[in-house]
Design a protein around this ligand. Structure first.
Ligand SMILES: [Zn+2]
Length: 511
């Protein structure tokens, strides 16, 4: 079946075929670990997870790499050349306040002046939230987490290549800048070509450092600054790298290719981040392509408005799962929801439209997860858990495949699956087989069968989920001795056991 994805580079739907038959090479921009990732960030990470799972559903082997940004991401990151201060520097001040208010727990980040501690704390939080939401890990956790600061040598090597090839220069201020005029394709992804930037389009050229640059849109590759919060020796002085260079560098190094198949991110990264990644990679490789497909998820709104710190709508995953969100009438919801509910809520609308996160939508998703879970339980009982293999000739699975292949039309797929989940199929084993296959992409029916052993986090999650359901059953029968035993088993595997209206929830403890 032909897969069609919307490519930001061509502004068209294109048929996707990987360059190399054996492996799809895919890179996703990961979080900047200076704070908790919010649900808008996670919409983008879940979108990447759906792209990957869809490719796997259609039989592709996917090599997926995601970085963790822990240096060089400036507070004013929307300009052609970032300005302001490093987000890690800003975090060092904020974390002290967050420790006082309890937002960062007492034992965590014992030294808020140590940026590596801050980065590690928020990396752990990100990985925990990602696991909670069933996101497949994109890297070899935990040994090989791709922190930017672990790849400084490779970044310096790429900067040297760019200098050698005439794409970069050292300014009078000692900063290494990328010369945007040296790259004729600059602006192709975002439409922010040099003439449009120069005419002030959107005001996206910062005032900073203009006297030192050949072109106002030239951006920083390396900044000598011995006072910076994180710094390394380099041929251009002790300092730190720009934000964009890490992704060019880590994608090339970890995917072992000059040209990759797919690059994903949130739409806010199109300019300048992805535009600069293309300029750097193509400048260093001499090729005219970096990623063949650029795929972007659009913004998330909360109750119809932009997320805002002052309105308290910058929700984290934890806020939503623990009920610390507002209902339409402005009251605190206060009801815990299962992670599968938030996962469904964040993937159910099309990635190329803005997503409007609402309390009502979340409650609708809770109903849908319950319906799908009840359906699977009925099917499992009817066929004693023996799912049959089905292919795309099985109508609902064929319809699901068609929807996915049509630029990831999850909404269309759910529109077919949910009514089906209210029926009583003639062949429960075949229906269960179809539901399980669809859930390999959706990941929203929490109780997965133990045969799902190869999903990196899925097998462990399904095992823990199964224990949670057994605990609920024991409680329902008032068999408290058994309930205590099961609770101990879950805790022994590194989880806290919590109770919610929809049953027991196990939460992974921080390491
Ligand atoms: Zn990136």
């Amino acid at each position: 079946m032909a897969l069609r994805f919307y490519n930001t580079l061509s502004n068209e739907l294109e048929t996707f075929v990987p360059a190399d038959e054996t492996t799809v090479r895919m890179y996703s921009c990961g979080p900047t670990v200076y704070d908790f990732a919010h649900i808008g960030n996670f919409r983008s990470f879940l979108f990447a997870d759906i792209v990957r799972r869809t490719l796997e559903f259609f039989g592709h082997n996917v090599h997926h790499v995601m970085n963790i940004t822990d240096v060089g991401h400036m507070t004013e990151d929307a300009n052609a050349d970032g300005a302001g201060e490093d987000k890690m520097q800003a975090a060092a001040r904020r974390v002290k306040e967050d420790k006082k208010s309890g937002k960062v727990p007492e034992g965590a980040v014992t030294n808020p002046d140590d940026p590596y501690q801050i980065a590690q704390y928020y990396t752990d939080c990100f990985l925990e939230d990602a696991r909670t939401l069933g996101i497949k890990v994109a890297f070899e956790y935990p040994e090989n987490i791709l922190h930017a600061t672990q790849n400084i040598d490779a970044m310096q090597e790429m900067i040297s290549q760019l200098l050698d090839r005439g794409h970069a220069y050292v300014g009078p201020d000692g900063v290494v800048y990328y010369s945007v005029e040296s790259f004729s394709q600059y602006g192709r992804l975002s439409g922010n070509t040099l003439d449009r930037l120069m005419s002030g389009a959107g005001g996206r050229v910062s005032e900073a450092n203009q006297a030192n640059k050949r072109h106002p849109a030239d951006f920083m590759l390396w900044k000598p600054d011995s006072t910076h919060i994180m710094k390394w020796d380099s041929p251009w002085g002790t300092g730190y790298p720009g934000w964009h260079i890490e992704c060019s560098c880590m994608a090339r190094k970890r995917l072992a290719a000059d040209v990759i198949d797919i690059h994903t991110g949130g739409e806010d990264l199109i300019f300048p981040h992805h535009e600069c990644e293309i300029a750097q990679t193509c400048g260093a490789t001499g090729k005219d392509t970096f990623a063949r497909f650029w795929m972007h998820a659009r913004f998330l709104l909360v109750e119809g408005e932009k997320m805002s710190k002052s309105k308290g709508s910058f929700y984290t995953v934890r806020d939503v799962l623990e009920g610390r969100i507002k209902t339409e009438s402005g009251q605190t919801a206060g009801v815990r929801v299962h992670p599968a509910v938030l996962r469904l809520e964040l993937i159910k609308s099309h990635y190329r439209g803005n997503m409007n996160f609402t309390h009502k939508g979340l409650m609708d998703s809770a109903g849908a997860v319950k319906r799908l879970t009840d359906f699977r339980n009925r099917l499992e009982q009817a066929c004693a858990g023996a799912a049959a293999d089905v292919d795309f000739d099985y109508p609902i699975l064929g319809k699901f495949a068609d929807c996915l292949a049509d630029d990831l039309n999850i909404a269309g797929a759910l529109g077919a699956i949910l009514p089906w989940a209210s029926t009583t199929p003639d062949d429960p084993a075949a229906a269960l087989g179809a539901l399980n296959r669809m859930n390999e992409v959706l990941g929203v029916v929490p109780l997965t069968p133990s045969s799902d052993a190869d999903a990196e986090s899925g097998s462990e999650n399904s095992h823990i989920e199964a224990l949670c359901r057994q605990l609920d059953e024991a409680r329902a029968k008032k068999d408290y001795a058994t309930a205590d035993t099961i609770r101990g088993q879950i805790q022994d595997q590194g989880y806290d056991v919590k109770t919610s209206p929809s049953g027991t929830i196990a939460e992974r403890r921080l390491a």
